[in-house]
Ligand binder design. Structure first.
Ligand code: KIV
Length: 255
């Protein structure tokens, strides 16, 4: 966490991607990623839910254990799923479970409204990453994944949220789908690093859902993602090759 802060001070960009399993965590670590997030995006890209609002703590614990078995150099952060941090006491209990499962830090969504939970977790000795801007756990109330910080009033609210999260003790904060101007302003105002997702190039680092980056969830890719691979196409080709080869090959006659 200190290293991430030093990277911000040196102007070196921070890299973060999600993993939900052991091989992906190992591959990310071998590639030199700074932060691995066991995100509750798990719900969509692995478990087949419509959004993150159905993800349970049990599911997060299961996948956090798998990622932590990779024993990475990268910092492993795990998401607190919805309704596991409604009160400060519940937040601490849930965060402790994620740490017991192998997380080195936890992340929760919200700014000023979550200060009590953030302080309680940090006071318990658990490092916390904040998450402001578009909050996927509130997508149903919001009616979609909309850009935040386009109006002056929204930009001020976001800056207040960012200061609140930093003041409560977070070591970094994710800015999700925030207008690039507001993201730049928040990044300049905070001493903790900002990790942007769909928020322009002005943050201290970038975070993405790995499945989006590598083309492993071909049915939906957010507009702001430029995939670097088409793993789904590779998988389809390998599956077809296996099916064709097996159907073409004669069954060996029994002796
Ligand atoms: O759940 C997740 O993967 C996240 C990232 C998109 C930041 O919160």
């Amino acid at each position: 966490m200190q290293e991430l802060r030093e990277k911000k001070q040196r102007g070196e960009r921070i890299t973060a991607l999600t993993a939900y399993d052991y091989p992906t965590a190992r591959l990310l670590d071998e590639a030199g990623i700074d932060v691995i997030l066991v995100g509750d995006s798990l719900g969509m890209v692995v478990l087949g839910y419509k959004d993150t609002t159905q993800v349970t703590l049990g599911e997060m614990l299961h996948h956090t254990r798998a990622v932590s078995r990779a024993d990475t150099h990268a910092l492993v952060v795990a998401d607190l799923p919805i309704h596991t941090y409604d009160t400060p006491d519940q937040a601490v209990r849930s965060a402790r479970e994620l740490v017991e499962a192998g997380a080195e830090a936890v992340k929760l969504e919200g700014g000023i409204s979550r200060v009590a939970q953030i302080k309680a977790i940090v006071d318990d000795g658990i490092p916390l990453m904040g998450h402001i801007g578009m909050l996927p756990q509130s997508v149903r109330e919001e009616g979609g994944y909309k850009v935040k910080g386009r109006t002056a009033a929204e930009a001020v609210t976001l800056l207040e949220d960012a200061h609140a999260v930093e003041g409560a003790g977070a070591f970094a904060v994710v800015l999700e789908i925030v207008s690039s101007g507001a993201a730049r302003e928040i990044t300049a105002a905070l001493s903790i690093p900002t990790l942007g997702i769909g928020s322009g190039n002005g943050c201290d680092g970038e975070i993405l859902v790995t499945h989006d980056l590598i083309g492993l969830f071909p049915w939906f890719t957010p507009k702001f993602v430029k995939p670097e691979a088409n793993v789904a196409a590779e998988m389809r080709a390998a599956f077809r090759a296996f099916i064709d080869r097996t159907r073409r090959t004669q069954k060996a006659s029994q002796v």
